[in-house]
Each structure stands twice: as C-alpha cells, then as structure tokens.
Design a protein around this ligand. Structure first.
Ligand SMILES: [Zn+2]
Length: 291
C-alpha cells in the first residue's frame, strides 16, 4: 500500500487497476518512438509497455485522513457499471472497497468525497448497485463537485443528441448523489478545512479543480487529470485526447507544475504509474519529475 505522511495527515493510494490500457499514440498526438528512447530509463515499464505500445496508467483514489476526518479524492470507475464504450472498464469487479477497508475505512466512515472532475474514471465508486438501483456508496459523506462540470454535463446529458454523456456515468454515478441531497457544488477557490483547499483548474473539463494539501510545513497537490502521465511533466504542452479545451488545459497544467516546483509540493495524480507521485524540479526553464 502506498502511503504518505504529512505531519498529522496521511494520504493512501487506493488502487482500482494498474495495467497497460490506452494506446500511447492515440492518447497523445505528439507521441513518437523517439520519446520512448529519450525517456526509456524511467518510463519502461512502470509507465509504458513497449510490447503493446500502451501507456501503463493507474486508476486509483487518494484517501486522506486528517485527524478523525476521512476524505476520498476521486473514485475510479466502479463495479458493475455498464461501459460498453470502454471494454476494459465494462462491468468491472475489483476489490476496491476491500482495499479501502484494508486502509482502515468502511464506506459509512467516509466524511467527504471530492471529485476533481466528472469523467467516468473519477466518479464510479460514488455509487454502488443495490437491488438494481444506483445508491451512494458513501451514505454519510458530502460529495464535492465542480459546479461548472455539473452544469456542462447536465446540459449534454439532457440533450438527446449528446446524452447519455460520459458513457452513462453521469446518470449512474452523479445524479443519484445529487438526488440523495449529498452533493455540494463548488465554484471558485475554497477550503474544506485548514489543511485542504481547492481551486478551479479548467481545461481538461470546464469544472476541473486542483486540490492542495498543507500540513506541518509539507505540501501536496492532487491534480486529477490536469496531468495523466509523467511524460507531461517534461512536455506540459501535451494534451490528452480527453482534454476539452486545449489552451486552458495547457495553462492549468503549467500552473500546477509551477506551484509544485515553487512550493516543493508533492504532485499526486490519479493515473501516474509507480511510484504514483513525484516532486517537480525545474532545470533550464523546463520541468522534470523527481520520483
Ligand atoms: Zn482520468
């Protein structure tokens, strides 16, 4: 289990999957054999599988324990969810909740769920299947969603030309939480408590938020999909195929990297391969990951 301690705060990685999944050349338009050669030392095989040409992207949550409070950041794909548009995520059955229990937390003990954005692999465990219905997995939690994402995807979901949106995940993993009265939509920067703050970081989606942790002089930033892969630390201008606003996504990525480099904050993404986090150094005007 990957766990980091910041004073009286711990952040634990809760894995859902970690295997080669997306074809690198389809994920990044700029991908090339020369990139693999240049970065082979750190990239193969924790971050890239040369045999298949696929990126090795983890899908995980971060469980943050602050005093007696338990915060879950991003909730992966989820079990039993029909995702025919992505066969690798279709009707998954993983021991995610058992892994959460191994980290000492039962679903009813989660106090806050924070979704960095509302894509299919960040909201799945928001709900679970119960007698044919999708119900909140964490019944005692408040769920924090970016208002701009909610409004954007609600409009697309209601439009018969574009709905159901995000492979159906908005309907089975967001709306039941809203209907249960557990959702709290946020706009602009804000604070959950003295240790956790969030701020808008649009681009990958309109309502993406970056979440910052500060405790006992240590800092970390949970960046969701502002960066998918560590190669983007070297190439912050690279967007993934899933980034909605190219210029904004680049701007938000650069801002997060500058923050991590300047403040010494540990970058804690949702999809980086092992060791799953990195520090960000600057060298000659460029960024470098330090694992
Ligand atoms: Zn993602």
């Amino acid at each position: 289990m990957t766990e980091f301690t910041f004073g009286n705060v711990t952040a634990t990685r809760i894995e859902e999957s970690y295997e080669p999944n997306f074809a690198a050349a389809e994920f990044f338009a700029e991908w090339s054999p020369a990139i693999v050669e240049r970065h082979r030392g750190w990239m193969v095989s924790d971050h890239y599988d040369p045999a298949s040409g696929k990126l090795k992207l983890s899908v995980h949550s971060w469980l943050v324990k602050i005093g007696g409070k338990r915060v879950l950041i991003d909730t992966c794909v989820g079990n039993h969810k029909p995702r025919p548009h992505r066969p690798m995520w279709d009707r998954m059955q993983t021991p995610y909740l058992e892994r959460l229990a191994a980290a000492g937390v039962k679903p009813e003990q989660v106090d806050v769920v924070m979704c960095t954005h509302l894509h299919v692999d960040h909201i799945g465990w928001n709900t679970r299947l119960d007698n044919g219905r999708w119900v909140p997995t964490f019944p005692n939690a408040k769920y924090i969603f970016g208002r701009a994402d909610y409004d954007h995807y609600l409009a697309l979901d209601r439009d018969p030309k574009t709905g159901p949106v995000n492979g159906g995940s908005f309907r089975d993993s967001v709306l039941p939480v809203v209907e249960a009265g557990l959702a709290q939509m946020v706009t602009g920067p804000g604070a959950l408590d003295e240790h956790l703050t969030y701020e808008p970081a649009p681009g990958h989606t309109p309502g993406t938020i970056a979440i910052h942790l500060a405790a006992s002089g240590a800092r970390a930033t949970f960046c969701g999909d502002i960066l998918h892969h560590a190669v983007q630390v070297h190439h912050p201008e690279w967007n993934s195929f899933a980034c909605l606003d190219a210029a904004q996504a680049r701007q938000s990525r650069r801002k997060v990297l500058e923050h991590c480099a300047g403040a010494g904050a540990l970058l804690m993404p949702c999809h980086f391969g092992a060791p799953f986090v990195c520090h960000v150094d600057t060298e000659g005007g460029r960024f470098r990951p330090r694992f």
